[in-house]
Design a protein around this ligand. Sequence first.
Ligand code: 13P
Length: 246
Amino acid sequence: MRRKLVVGNWKMNGNRATNAELLAGLKAAGPWVAEVAVCVPSPYLGDVALSLQGEAIGWGAQDVSAYESGAYTGEVSAAMLAEFGCRYALAGHSERRAYHAESDQAVADKAKAALAHRITPIVCVGETLAEREADQTAAVVKRQLSAVIHTLGHCISQIVVAYEPVWAIGTGKTASPEQAQAVHALLRAQLKAATEHADTMKILYGGSVKADNAATLFAQPDIDGGLIGGASLKAGDFAAICRAAG
Ligand code: 13P
């Protein structure tokens, strides 16, 4: 049995006061059967690391540089994150692919850099509405994951995959459990062709997950938890989603 994982992606939200309130609420609401983590904006990594010391809630970054060090203004390296005890780093979130022109290969390189410092990359894949309507969903997610498989080789078994249909992110339009499961099964099959450990790998669903739809999504055989945006900003909502994964 794969243990479920629920990750909150705060995106570019919050401040020190609201972060402290949110984390206090989460600490009071846990522990959960599922593994739980939050991915926070870079300036708050130190605060969050301190606040979550000794807690059953992990934390991660929302991005990581593909480069080890050097003249890359604005970038944060995996070594820097690892120094704080960072457990996860998102790689290839659709907002970064869209607004920062991150290619499939750039995303794969970021995943590799994270793994080199024992940070688990959560590699995001997903199709746009136009791609879904053109029946391109399978081809798009396969292409996105394939770059990571080729770059990581046998280390692919150490990543977490997140399927986030772009049309479901922040729109209130969740993929139905059947739609999501169908894509997760495709991704699992692709991983199976690359590693004998595919059955132990986690594939998360993200896109308008809320307390009232989480349980049916998480009940699907290949959905191993969620990557939660908006609903991760309120302790009560996020805690309810974490409970639904238990
Ligand atoms: P929402 O849960 O706000 O739709 O965001 C999903 C997401 O992008 C998580 O990474």
